[in-house]
Design a protein around this ligand. Structure first.
Ligand code: UFG
Length: 338
């Protein structure tokens, strides 16, 4: 019996593959490598000293996915595959709706056909839109997303909720990630965005390594302690372990649960810059720039449900996140091309 990871060569998928293999599960990865590298698989195998079964497929390709399901015995699916760039989704909404929804529908159809009844979905805190309060609880209002990417996460949550309602054998966990950063402590796998990074930590590490000149801090007039945006940054290894815990839960429950994966602690952009400089002893030149469209002032989780239901909580702190992000970037200045 294996766990199928769609998009398993991506940033969060690859770290989850490592934690699953370390916990004794067999892993099958379905990935078209459109935003990742086959080199990731070699490194996952190197870290864990275990092998992974890999299918180079588009998860929306029904025939290819039926072929995968007929060759493997899949016990549960963790669905990471999807486009994830907020700005790009505003420019190419159809591409985002087509890809992110089609992959999910194809997967659900294959799961039904092959009798697979457990699914963990990569959702996001973005489903809360502009939150009414912090810390955010799972029962808080969702919707009001500021971009098509966010709406695809919201829509997929709805699809999975309705599917689980209609089929009482289905077990579904919607993991709402806050802001994943960091990398595996080995420095062998990490985040490698295409082109200029949109997210804060990869931008900081690329300034540190000299690929980018200066960080723009988007706004210092928010209603937060230092005026810069506050987020709940979570170490990707903690996040990956959250998937192992969610899988164990899904294996002996049915129904659909949305669960926040965050630390419950909010840090500002300036907290992040200063911690990164202190921990890694590198300079990060920055300027205060105008606010970025669609940004919210603060977003952090109440992570109590994850602890109650899954027995999981984040263990790594901000220093660990800064150290591991830098360790990855400095050892792989060109990502997987090194
Ligand atoms: N920021 C900067 N400069 C940068 C990049 C970011 O100041 O160059 C600031 C942002 O304004 C924000 C904070 O750093 O205050 C975090 O920004 P990120 O882009 O790293 O993350 P977001 O919180 O905007 O978005 C992330 C994910 C989305 C997800 C969302 C959920 O990237 O996929 O969290 O809340 F939808």
């Amino acid at each position: 019996m294996s766990i199928l990871l769609t998009g398993g060569a991506g940033y969060i998928g690859s770290h989850t593959a490592v934690e699953l293999l370390n916990a004794g599960y067999s892993v099958v990865i379905a990935d078209d490598f459109s935003n990742s590298s086959p080199e990731v698989i070699k490194r996952v195998e190197e870290i864990t000293k275990k092998t992974v079964s890999v299918y180079r497929v588009d998860v929306a390709d029904k025939a290819a996915m039926r072929d995968l399901f007929s060759h493997e015995t899949i016990e549960a699916v963790i669905h990471f595959a999807g486009f994830k760039a907020v700005g790009e989704s505003v420019k190419k909404p159809m591409m985002y709706y087509r890809n992110n929804l089609d992959t999910t529908l194809t997967l659900l159809e294959c799961m039904k056909e092959f009798g697979v009844s457990r699914i963990i979905f990569s959702s996001s805190a973005t489903v809360y839109g502009s939150p009414e309060r912090v810390p955010i609880e799972e029962t808080d209002k969702t919707g009001g997303c500021s971009n098509p990417y966010g709406w695809t996460k919201w829509m997929i949550e709805q699809i999975l909720t309705d599917t689980a309602k209609a089929d009482d054998t289905l077990s579904c966990v919607l993991l709402r990630y806050f802001n994943p950063i960091g990398a595996h402590p080995s420095g062998r796998i990490g985040e490698m965005p295409n082109g200029i990074p949109n997210n804060l930590m990869p931008y900081i590490t690329q300034v540190a390594v000299g690929r980018l000149k200066m960080l723009n801090v988007f706004g210092n007039d928010y209603d937060t302690p230092d005026g810069t945006g506050v987020r709940d940054y979570i170490h990707v290894v903690d996040l990956a372990k959250g998937h192992v815990a969610a899988l164990k839960y899904a294996l002996d429950h049915t129904g659909c649960e949305a669960i926040n994966l965050g630390t419950g602690i909010g840090y500002s952009v300036l907290d992040m810059v200063h911690s990164f400089m202190r921990v890694n002893k590198v300079d990060i030149p920055f300027v205060i720039a105008p606010r970025r469209g669609g940004d919210i002032a603060q977003c952090y989780a109440n992570p109590a449900k994850a602890e109650r239901l899954l027995g999981w909580k984040a263990e790594k702190n901000l220093d660990d996140m800064c150290r591991d992000s830098w360790n990855w970037q400095k050892n792989n200045p060109n990502g997987y091309e090194d």
